[in-house]
Design a protein around this ligand. Sequence first.
Ligand code: BG6
Length: 495
Amino acid sequence: IKPKPTIFMIFGGTGDLAERKLIPALYNLFLENYMHKEFAIVGLGRTDYNDSSFIKNLLAGVNKFSRSGKADKEKWAEFSSRITYLRTDVNNEGDYLKMQSIIEKHEAEWSEKPAIIHYLAVAPNFFPIIASNLAKLDSASDCLRTRIVIEKPFGHDLESAKELNNLLSSIFAEKQIYRIDHYLGKETVQNMLAFRFANALFEPIWNRNFIEHVQISVTEDIGVEDRGGYYDGSGALRDMVQNHILQVLCLVAMEPPVNFDAEEIRNRKVDVLRAMRKFGTEELRNNTVRGQYSEGWVKGEKVAGYREEEGVNKDSNTETFAAMKFFIDNWRWQNVPFYVRTGKRIHQKSSIISIQFKDVPHLIFPSQSSESWQQNRLIISIQPEMSIRLQVQAKRPGVDMILNPVDMVFNYDGTYENDSPEAYETLLLDAMKGDQTLFMRGDQVETAWDLIMPVLESWESKKSISFPNYSADSWGPETAEALIAKDGFHWFTLP
Ligand code: BG6
């Protein structure tokens, strides 16, 4: 399906997200002919720009951040002729009327009525005022054409997430609301669906009878950069676990959907969240670990500890690392541990899903032939390497029967010539087409909050933890290793 004529209204049009992600993504979609020939982008912001100064800034962003490199002069001229800027005070009703007249102008000029996408690339405290003002526009109630895209955080806890959902659903129908989780737009994450449900091989063994444990590890080498102010009120659990990691976990653990319909897939995902075991006192003590980084050396350079970062409280107890063990109480996954971890200033940037299968029931080889024995493992590397590898035992060449683990690898780089699109390209195109499959539904967001609330509450109430407890460029606190080691496993890392 190709998108229809579209008007993009970007609230926060002068912000970082628009410059780094949204405009480069739209530009690449345009280069690859995915945009309808009738489209318009309206940047909305407080800064006093005119169209040309706004466009100039966006061009600098594209030159710096687009995967296709520096913008082509002619193509950019064509693309940017669709961009305008409207100086906007989100509190001023008059400004929304100006938006309405821009919409009407295009409606009158174009061959068919456009989809109208209001993209809220702004801090969440602006969501209510923008949403309530949009509600007054005639176009808001047009379920088929008007959509609102919002960026995380979707609430700060369960209660505020419910409030936000209630507010949005008092104005828009759920099918108009697109909650972005950019992890769902990543190629390898989407490939989980293809891999699991387009191959006959894996599904029969995708359960507690064959799988011993699952790991989802999302580590970053960067610190909080210039987002200390936001991050200090958030922490790793809210920033990464509640959304990205749980969404990925759902794709690993969901039951086979009947078809590729957005509601069907989202129903199967929310089933997983609903089946996840709640954290009681014992699970909180034994199955969760938090950490905060201290200063350290990264590639020969001294980097600041978390508490010394700009915008961060000097005695902050916010976690920059979280690890935990989940269980899913259903037939497929009973007693299979799902270990997840995420952290900033970790030795290696990598997002990996590792699925470890149970051992062979009986070993026929003498112990000296299998010293480097490794149970079968399926490794899905989301980034930076994009690959899926199946680790199997094989005979090493030679006169003796010596076994060693080898990888059967599907690597994107070696298999496909074309660059993969950025997550935002996929997601923006889906929003234009009206496909919600890769967006989070309100009940998923709330169920995920419900699951992690006991952990949040316990961490926030027990401030006695001695932070910092891991140094920059390490693999996180030692207790994270212990969390998995006590079950006889260790965190998997790519070489
Ligand atoms: C964002 C978080 O949602 O995801 C950031 O707010 C984090 O803190 C980022 O750095 C990670 O995304 P990616 O695509 O770089 O893995």
